[in-house]
Design a protein around this ligand. Sequence first.
Ligand code: ZN
Length: 389
Amino acid sequence: MDLFDELFYQDPYIRSFDAHVVSSEETEKGFEIVLDNTAFYPEGGGQLADTGTIENIPVLDVRRIKGKIIHFCTAPLEVGRLVHCNIDWDRRFSHMQNHTVEHIFSGLIHKKFGYDNVGFHMDDDSVTVDFNGPITEKELMELEKETNQAILADIPVHVLLPTEEELAQLDYRSKKELSGQVRIVDVPGCDQCACCGTHVKRSGEIGVFKILSMMKHRGGVRIELTCGLRAITDYENKIREIQKISELLSAKPTEISKAVEKTLSEVEKLKLKIQNLNNQLFELKANSLPTQTEPLILFEEGLAPLDLRRYCTLLAEKNKAPFIAVLSATANTTYSYVLYGPANQMRELSKSLNQKLKGRGGGNGNFVQGSYNVDASTIRQTIKELWNQ
Ligand SMILES: [Zn+2]
């Protein structure tokens, strides 16, 4: 077969076709089927392989290996047989839209800033493009608008197979040095780029283009984008989330960020209030405890590590005992702890307790903190035993 003679190049809109089975071989990966021609696009040029069926047998992957297009299937097929094939069209069309819009967008960036598209990743959930230079938020919004204007202008997308002389005259983008026949995808006014993928016929078929995010990446930027029905689905999902948040906060959808800020500042105030109340409670509890020479071991309910630390510090300041353990359960047999004791013994004590109580953690000076993974009575008993040794 000649170069670019495959059905997906002759007509990228073929959704189903008939072909003869040339070979069918069982391998570790399943069954490798070769057809006399195919509309299944093999992975390449940043575009994913098509999926679909051959005579109702699922096609899981398609690759070009040593010039042959291999369909990875779940069952064998008789060599010579005429088979009916169906491509998962919604998925493929989405790839065509994404690939085409990536050309327009990258072309516009190249024209404006001279940056190259240095990385392209497309899967069923997201598309990212990397550029080797910085772009501001404002510039990005402008580029998004220009890309959407190019979509609205419904520009025809041409595929060119230029001769070497013709190619020399073209100013086109390419990710690598090319040899042999080069295939150029031309979107007049926006981009000319060497590409072996499948594209829509007119830019209008992309429908709508949306940038989802931009982050710094290797001295340039990584931009996540979406288009077509995927963009609409993304829009629907985001509207639903906003509505949920809006109902939860009893705020208009356009005012949710303000409402979240207000809620967060209220949460901060409440945290401070709880902390003050806890401090008062710790003071009262500490005062009600007798001073003792035996280890003071207290199990408290629902205290965060910082509260444990505060309570333990207060008890130590009041010299309630030479050794103090304050613990709080975080799960059935998991306890957060803060221990206080003589600075010259704490390191050893903490190490032994961790070993015996399936614990972790440590510290400096008089205090250590961490967690134990045994029941409360074991903790109580082990601390007493070790202290009295
Ligand atoms: Zn392309």
